[in-house]
Write a protein that binds this ligand. Structure first.
Ligand code: RUB
Length: 326
């Protein structure tokens, strides 16, 4: 549970160290932190307020590079600061927008759960990877509706997000098999469906999610098991419509190999990308709060639903280019 009164620096640190993790939670934590920060400021002018909020927004956006929910959420609340004429108006509008973002983010997960649950049949075995609030919400909703559902949940080396997943499934009373990541191919034939979340979805429908998702998608494709993605629309990446790539975060080597062992292996370099890219052709459907869409419709979500103009994309220069080609 995120403490609503965490300071800006505490939230930034929490996101960087993954105490706060998962794309949806990261987005809500950032907006809550900005809202709390705004309330605590005593600026003399509107310009001063805007400048300080911009600094705070930049600090949060820089914490983790891949989850596009973070810059999308921050930008969607920061937009309000551009349109208000007076300082009190700007303060009030910012708070209202932050609260409405938080409510709609939680509401989106509920809508996704209702849509996703319809795609899970009584007796289905579902495989999931990492710890996605949106993906788990679909499984838990299907179970709540009385469907018999079983789950294969992966361990998720090296940060073991699978432990969070199996605790949640266990608490919901859902029979779950916990497997190491490399056993996914052995069990995907026994699954009727793979459900994962997303950190970002590109204009061409590629899904960026926890590293290990792409090999599971490949295995599912080969086993003729459908893979679906549960993702709020604010995980679609507008800048990819301009040709930007999603930067793939590379985390510290010590997460994979303890420094005392790495220190004895001078010729060995540890690589630790946090995410990978699943091409659209391995994705059957994406469950969003706007409905279940094929990945080929990603561009329409960016253009028509997120409604971002090309000028706005261009101004959004803080996202780095580079990284893995989607
Ligand atoms: C989490 C992860 C999740 C997505 C979606 O990675 O890859 O699948 O963020 O999660 P990390 P949600 O643990 O590195 O943050 O559906 O909760 O937004």
């Amino acid at each position: 549970m995120i403490d609503a009164f965490m300071t800006l620096d505490e939230t930034a640190r929490g996101i960087r160290t993954m105490e706060i993790r998962g794309a949806g939670r990261i987005a809500r934590a950032a907006v809550e932190a900005l809202d709390t920060h705004a309330k605590g400021l005593t600026p003399a002018t509107l310009d001063e307020f805007r400048a300080e909020m911009r600094r705070a927004a930049d600090l949060l956006v820089a914490t983790r590079p891949t989850a596009v929910s973070l810059p999308n959420a921050v930008r969607s609340v920061m937009r309000t600061l551009a349109v208000n004429a007076t300082l009190p108006e700007a303060r009030e509008a910012f708070h209202d927008r932050a609260q409405s973002f938080l409510a709609s983010s939680l509401g989106a997960v509920e809508k996704i759960a209702a849509i996703g649950a319809r795609h899970i049949r009584d007796g289905d075995v579902v495989m999931t990877h990492c710890n996605s609030e949106a993906a788990l919400a679909c499984i838990i909703e299907a179970h709540r509706q009385g469907k018999a559902v079983e789950v294969f949940a992966t361990e998720v080396r090296p940060r073991n997000q699978g432990l969070v997943t199996i605790r949640t499934l266990n608490d919901a009373g859902i029979p779950t098999s916990f497997i190491v990541d490399s056993a996914a191919r052995s069990f995907v034939n026994q699954a009727d469906l793979v459900i994962v979340g997303a950190d970002a979805i590109t204009a061409n429908g590629a899904v960026v999610n926890k590293r290990g998702t792409a090999p599971i998608a490949l295995a599912a494709h080969e086993a003729r098991t459908n893979l679906v993605v549960a993702a709020e629309t604010y995980k679609f990446a507008p800048l990819t419509a301009l040709g930007d790539f999603i930067p793939i975060e590379e985390r510290p080597a010590s997460e994979v190999l303890p420094d005392e062992i790495a220190g004895t292996l001078p010729h060995v370099r540890v690589r630790n990308p946090a995410f990978d890219v699943t091409p659209a052709e391995y994705v059957d459907l994406i469950f969003t709060e706007q409905g279940a869409i094929p990945p080929s419709m990603a561009w329409l979500i960016i253009r028509d639903h997120l409604g971002w103009s090309i000028d706005e994309y261009r101004q959004a220069g803080e996202r780095e280019t580079g990284g893995e080609r989607p």
